[in-house]
Write a protein that binds this ligand. Structure first.
Ligand code: ZN
Length: 498
């Protein structure tokens, strides 16, 4: 897994395909990165014997990622006698890379089915969590199956439950939400850490002559013009849409939404984007508020970010701002002294009008970001703000223009290591990790033996060996919890000791 960008509890990362992703619920080829395939539907196809001899990519004419769903609810509803073994075997025969055992409404049956699947295949499992399970049952299920899991899937109607599942599963497992009704849901649930979404609604709506707009779903007969410029809608009137073009437009709305969501995460504006989309419906609005105020988002929120914070009267409930205030309080620094530093200096309009004396600012920044107290620091200013910092004649780093964070040189990092208590500010590497660094390769989370217990994404850290000698510096991409649960590069590397 390679983490690219983060915002709130959302992560953009590459793991064969780019996540978060949208997987249409469809056997037909779609031009998306992946699709969701219902295995029960294959099993009940009158051509089953012919289909099951085909590879799933050939069968679906899709060469991207294919996620199976067992179809357990239909099986229960129609009281069909298809077994877990048959569902798993079908997927094995067709060469699925991720296997979905038959889910079940009782947790103990679901665990047995997962265990049986595991005996038949070494491939990672996609495990479905029914909505009626209690938190205890979810914990029990995850506890028994997490070693085998590619990921877990659930429905998207209950925000509390999604937040609970996001925290209950390992950070290496994907969280999938089935059956979303409108694209506007995507950025809001992505903010809670949902990695993939599926829906068959785009076809269903097309069958009923319904057209997905930005904020709603409208009978096509009531439309005067098409407010969209996708290939289906450009140069057409509502009367000129047929089933295929309408379906393609509806699908495209979901595809565009996932791209906009990833882009908002990259820009550090997922809060603003999700909020805008949440205004589509009061239910989404209440889900949005619950998610952005949750402890889960607070734990995962990258800090500092280089994007500015637009204040629409809600700055104090934003996770970045809450983290900043708490950090300042803990370090005994006044927000007024941090007028150029994140998040206080990045809000628009400005929260703090008065500018501190340069000396007070420098002192506050070192304490706030690193817990470092240092007498006799000197600086050079750029645009009237201290930039390059020196101590005893040596350059120890610079205060970054965008967010006022202090980025130490190796000299500065050594000073921090000497004057702050391990493992604060640090990631401690084993011998193998130090060796990787010497070879100009970025160490992995598996090379870390200890780290700052409050580590969060985008935090600047120093890399030390087990003797607390500085070996490098960088920007963390993970939380303290993820250090244990993910295998990925430990930082975006800045400097290393040659
Ligand atoms: Zn369109």
């Amino acid at each position: 897994m390679i983490l690219r960008y983060r915002d709130l509890a959302a992560r953009v990362y590459d793991d064969k395909i780019r996540f978060p992703t949208f997987l249409p619920n469809s056997q037909r080829s779609e031009g998306t990165d992946g699709i969701l395939v219902n295995v029960y539907r294959i099993w009940t196809d009158k051509d089953y014997r012919r289909i099951v001899r085909k590879n799933v990519h050939e069968y679906t004419e899709h060469d991207g990622f294919i996620l199976p769903e067992s179809g357990w609810q239909q099986i229960e509803k129609y009281e069909d006698d298809v077994t877990n073994e048959e569902i798993v075997e079908t997927q094995e025969n067709m060469g699925f890379n991720v296997i979905a055992p038959l889910a079940a409404s009782k947790v103990k049956d679901a665990i047995i089915n997962a265990r049986i699947a595991r005996e038949e295949t070494q491939k990672p499992l996609f495990l479905e969590i029914p909505q009626h399970w209690t938190e205890e049952e979810i914990k029990q299920f995850v506890g028994e199956t997490k070693e085998w899991a590619w990921g877990y899937g659930t429905k998207g109607d209950n925000t509390d439950k999604i937040l609970f599942i996001a925290q209950a599963i390992p950070r290496s497992a994907k969280l999938h939400v089935f059956g979303i009704h409108h694209p506007a849901v995507i950025p809001i649930l992505a903010a809670a850490g949902v990695d993939s979404f599926s829906s068959g609604a785009f076809s269903r709506y097309a069958e009923q002559w319904l057209y997905i707009t930005d904020s709603s779903i409208v009978p096509i007969t009531r439309m005067d013009e098409l407010p969209c410029s996708c290939p289906s809608c450009a140069n057409r009137t509502p009367k000129e849409l047929d089933y295929d073009t309408l379906r393609q437009h509806n699908l495209n709305q979901f595809v565009v939404e996932i791209k906009r969501t990833r882009n908002a995460i990259k820009e550090g504006r997922l809060y603003e984007y999700a909020k805008r989309r949440a205004l589509t419906h009061p239910r989404l609005w209440s889900a949005f508020k619950k998610i952005v105020r949750s402890d889960w988002v607070l734990e995962n929120q990258p800090f500092p970010k280089q994007s500015s914070i637009y204040d629409f009267g809600d700055v104090e409930e934003r996770p970045e701002y809450r983290i900043g205030l708490e950090k300042a309080r803990k370090m005994g620094v006044k927000p007024e002294d941090l007028a150029y530093a994140y998040p206080f200096g990045q809000t628009y309009p400005e929260q703090i009008k008065e500018r501190p004396e340069p000396e007070r600012f420098v002192r506050a920044v070192l304490k706030y970001f690193w817990g470092l107290e240092l007498e006799g620091v000197e600086w050079k200013e750029r645009h009237g703000i201290p930039r390059d910092l020196f101590w005893k004649g040596e350059r120890i780093g610079q205060i970054r223009y965008e967010d006022g964070a202090f980025i130490p040189t190796i000299k500065g990092a050594e000073l921090i290591a000497k004057r702050t208590e391990a493992p604060k500010n640090r990631i401690v590497l084993n011998e193998k990790g130090v060796k990787r660094l010497k070879e100009d390769k970025t160490p992995l989370t598996t090379n870390a033996v200890d780290w700052d217990p409050e580590l969060r994404p985008y935090q600047e850290v120093i890399l030390v060996d087990e003797e607390d000698r500085v070996v490098g510096t960088g920007k963390s991409m993970v939380t303290a919890r993820e250090m244990k649960e993910l295998v990925c590069p430990v930082v975006k590397l800045r400097h290393r000791v040659k």
